[in-house]
Write a protein that binds this ligand. Structure first.
Ligand code: ADP
Ligand code: MG
Length: 140
């Protein structure tokens, strides 16, 4: 299995509830390594640029408002099959459909305030990691 890197975001609903440590414990317990990390507060334009793929969706404006409503933690997770593994630990987008024991089942309060983001494929992982981090900031 390939060693991959993927972008993880801890969203404003989770940083507001002081859940950064609990969420990252779940990634580390599953064998993923945090090889880059920063806390930042996005502007609405930055949130829109990150989520540009969703710009035609009805929830786009609310999503951008939410993502710039408070601090986020951006990080790169590395490990075997990291892209799919991260998505599995996160759980389904809608917490009502998320499997038991996943981050979204445990912590998300709604489909908007769903606590975490994770890249969904190798190409998006590369683009999303590069959106937040330079090569110098990724230390495996
Ligand atoms: P995921 O984060 O699981 O990859 P998507 O890429 O489909 O999900 O959507 C990006 C984010 O947009 C979701 O995490 C969620 O915060 C928000 N979102 C998605 N679908 C909806 C929806 N139907 N209503 C409100 N917000 C949504
Ligand atoms: Mg997505």
């Amino acid at each position: 299995m390939a060693i991959e890197k993927t972008l993880s975001l801890i969203k404003p609903d989770a940083t507001a509830r002081n859940l950064t440590g609990k969420i990252n414990q779940m990634f580390e317990d599953a064998g993923l390594r945090i090889v880059a990390q920063k806390r930042l507060h996005l502007t609405k334009d930055q949130a829109g640029a990150f989520y540009a793929v969703h710009k035609e969706r009805p929830f786009f404006n609310d999503l951008c408002e939410f993502m710039c409503s408070g601090p986020i933690v951006a990080q790169v997770l590395e490990g075997e099959n990291a892209i799919a593994k991260n998505r599995e630990i996160m759980g389904a987008t809608n917490p009502a459909e998320a499997a038991e024991g996943t981050i979204r089942k445990l912590f998300a309060t709604s489909i908007d305030a769903n606590s975490v983001h994770g890249s969904d494929a190798p190409e998006t992982a590369r683009e999303e990691v590069a959106f937040f981090f330079s090569g110098l900031e990724i230390v495996g």
